[in-house]
Design a protein around this ligand. Structure first.
Ligand code: AMP
Length: 249
């Protein structure tokens, strides 16, 4: 069974985000970039499926600037077999990514596509759902457990107030939640091996998709500054402040 994994290059989760002075977006120049953490979980899950002999081939796809190839190399070093890079300088929004993936899926014919539940830069949480809808495939989103059989996948989903288990007919789209697994670090020999694996380029034009954004960002702003906390001497003082300063009681 072939598994396709979507991996996005995003600002590293440890970096303190800075807003551009003109409020048009987030500063990305000279900022450390990494694979979206939920996508690392997606790659890890695919590699585990391959190790369990349930998957035969893993294809990692990334879309965007030339440096996305580094993100694909990371996936290859973790255990993916080959990569596909869709080069574009256009800002890619979830619908464009889903449409591009739809065409790649038609070419590659995977039985399972694994994506992150959301990219930590735009927090959209849309691409997997849109892809499943475009393909007319079953979807298991926010997966914290995945069990694969020949024709079906059982997905345990993290939902408000508990867990839901759904059974999907393959082919299907699965999006990963944090507790699905703990991604491995690539070993040095595997990083070296990954350099020899192939990354194919497929432009949006060649895939027949117009990737231009449908939504316009009006303004990006810092969250309001939080005031420093205060230590109070007694419960009476706390009650007084809640009543007379915060006016919440
Ligand atoms: P989003 O809907 O933007 O929150 O993204 C959800 C998931 O879609 C991510 O975790 C990735 O698996 C995938 N994805 C989004 N954008 C890209 C991209 N440019 N390249 C590859 N995968 C992407």
């Amino acid at each position: 069974m072939k598994v396709l994994v979507a991996v996005k290059r995003v600002i590293d989760f440890n970096v303190k985000i800075r807003i551009k002075t003109d409020g048009s977006g987030v500063e990305t120049a000279n900022v450390k970039m990494s694979m979206n953490p939920f996508d690392e979980i997606a790659v890890e899950e695919a590699v585990r499926l391959k190790e369990a002999k349930l998957a035969t081939e893993i294809v990692a796809v990334s879309m965007g600037a030339a440096q996305c190839q580094e993100t694909i190399r990371t996936a290859l070093a973790m255990g993916a077999d080959r990569g596909i890079h869709v080069p574009t300088d256009v800002e890619l929004q979830p619908l464009a990514v889903a449409k591009l993936l739809q065409v790649i899926v038609a070419k590659e014919q995977p039985r399972l596509v694994i994506l992150g539940k959301q990219a930590i830069d735009d927090d959209c949480n849309q691409t997997g759902q849109m892809l499943a809808a475009l393909l007319g495939w079953a979807q298991g989103t926010f997966a914290s457990k995945l069990k694969l059989e020949a024709d079906a996948a059982t997905v345990t989903r993290e939902i408000d107030g508990g867990l839901e288990t759904v059974k999907l007919k393959l082919p299907a789209v699965v999006t990963t939640d944090l507790r699905l697994n703990e991604p491995r670090y690539a070993s040095l020999p595997n990083i070296m091996k990954a350099k020899k694996k192939t990354i194919e380029q497929m432009t949006p034009e060649a895939l027949g998709v117009d990737p231009k954004p449908r939504l316009t960002t009006l303004k990006v702003a810092e969250p309001p500054k939080r005031h420093a906390g205060k230590k109070l001497a007694s419960v009476a003082e706390l009650v007084d402040k809640l009543r007379n300063e915060a006016r919440v009681i």
